[in-house]
Design a protein around this ligand. Structure first.
Ligand code: B12
Ligand code: SF4
Ligand code: SF4
Length: 369
């Protein structure tokens, strides 16, 4: 079987993945306990599926009883410059590096399906393939496969690619020799914990997703908690701060994969503020951003516009004060509250209170000072 493992490895790398590893489909007790603790503390927020999928996540055989080996692939998406630099550009819409190009789910899934077809045709062996959205502890298995280690920011870090690896998974019904595990190499570094703007990394390896800007701007549908709004800064989709500061990124080679190389420059918030739903769907046709829907996207852009304190954005934000969505009206009131003078706020409050009926929006108006 040793030779067969080599053939598989060669085929996977030929399909554009940068690294592949092999491990058994078993989850250790400490990880099960840590995951349960994460759920019990409600760190998963509204991501109910993390709770619903617990049993499957801690036992891959519940997904496919035939699975004997798990293969994890790492794909390098290391950006050409450090994304943390974009935090300073207050009037730019800061989009996480992973979402600036083609949707990795689609790109990686295509390559995985090519592998699946090849294996079935050539060896009559079936397999299951996954990227991100399935109930699999991808980071845990990536560590088991020798891909790297779970850093203190909870993501997988690799000595060769730093924090910039997409993960994907193959289940095989064949027992193949496992890879040797890499040594955890964070040492005494805590840079990721220190940089997190919202304190979402509550301690080493522990995240309270409810405070994470990535969760808030991508997964969360409501209005942002007051306490984190200013901390979100110019981020309109995801957050890369904890990944960006990792010293291991120094060694990462920039991605060569065409689909993940950023081709256009970052756009201004004023540009995004002029989107309507139709244009949003067209503009982000190939991007993962499309999946959060127009309302969440607009909410993010409006909050970032408030944080920019730019008077130039006022007229665009004002256009959203009559938006049918209370979330958008509320975000607009808050954003204008960050930019307008005391007198202007007073006037706006009076005018809007006379016609507003939504309880949440009235709450935002009451908070205008
Ligand atoms: C849910 C989810 C999120 C949530 C929760 C994040 C999280 N850390 O779990 C939110 C929306 C916040 C999120 C954000 C991001 N995500 Co995400 N996300 C996922 C998803 C779908 C599931 C992860 C999961 O199961 N979380 C549940 C918790 C319990 O798992 P955990 O972090 O592994 O928790 C373990 C540790 O905390 C540990 N632990 C707990 N206590 C202790 C104590 C000690 C001492 C130790 C040693 C360990 C330990 O044990 C727990 C159980 O294993 C995966 C894809 C997948 N199917 O796996 C992608 C995934 C993890 N995300 C990914 C990415 C890229 C991101 C972002 C960088 C995106 C962005 N730029 O905005 C951010 C990073 C934020 C961060 N610091 O984690 C990549 C990570 C790739 C990599 N190299 O690791 C993945 C693997 C997707 C992919 N296929 O590539 N994500
Ligand atoms: S993604 Fe941003 S908010 Fe989330 S843990 Fe990392 S630094 Fe904190
Ligand atoms: S920034 Fe430091 S502590 Fe965080 S993952 Fe990287 S090496 Fe580990």
């Amino acid at each position: 079987m040793k030779n067969f493992k080599g053939i598989i490895e060669k085929k996977i790398l030929s399909l554009g993945f940068d690294k592949v590893g092999f491990c058994r489909p078993e989850v250790d007790h400490v990880t099960k306990r840590n995951y349960l603790n994460f759920l019990n503390k409600k760190y998963h927020g509204d991501m109910d599926w993390l709770e619903k999928h617990y049993e499957k996540k801690i036992d891959p055989k519940k997904i496919w009883p035939e699975v004997k080996t798990i293969l994890v692939q790492g794909t390098n998406y290391s950006p050409s410059s450090n994304p943390i630099m974009i935090n300073k550009k207050k009037t730019v819409g800061n989009i996480s590096a992973y979402a600036k190009n083609e949707d990795y789910h689609k790109v990686l899934k295509n390559s995985l399906l090519m592998f699946k077809t090849w294996l079935l045709r050539k060896y009559s062996i079936d397999s299951l393939v996954f990227v991100d959205t399935s109930p699999i502890l991808e980071k845990y298995f990536a560590e088991k496969c020798g891909m790297g280690w779970q850093g203190k920011h909870t993501n997988l870090v690799s000595k060769k690619y730093g924090s910039w690896l997409f993960l994907s998974i193959i289940f095989l019904p064949v027992e193949l020799e496992v890879s040797s595990q890499a040594k955890a190499s964070c040492g005494s570094c805590t840079d990721c914990l220190k940089i997190c703007p919202t304190g979402a990394l509550i301690s080493e390896n522990k995240i309270d997703a409810r405070k994470c800007i990535s969760y808030l701007t991508i997964e969360y549908k409501g209005s942002f908690p007051m306490s984190v709004r200013n901390k979100i800064g110019n981020k309109i989709y995801g957050c890369d701060d904890c990944l960006s500061v990792c010293p291991w990124n120094k060694f990462s080679e920039k991605t060569q994969k065409q689909e993940f190389i950023q081709t256009s420059s970052d756009s201004k918030l004023s540009f995004f503020l002029q989107f309507d739903k139709e244009f949003f769907l067209k503009f982000f046709e190939k991007s993962p951003i499309r999946r959060i829907g127009f309302e969440s996207f607009l909410r993010n852009v409006i909050v970032a516009s408030g944080n920019s304190k730019s008077l130039k954005l006022v007229r665009y934000i004002q256009m959203q004060l009559n938006n049918p969505s209370p979330i958008i009206r509320g975000a607009s009131i808050w954003a204008l509250g960050q930019i307008l003078s005391k007198n202007e706020k007073k006037k706006m409050k009076k005018a809007l209170l006379s016609k507003e009926t939504n309880e949440y929006v009235i709450f935002e108006l009451d908070n205008l000072r």
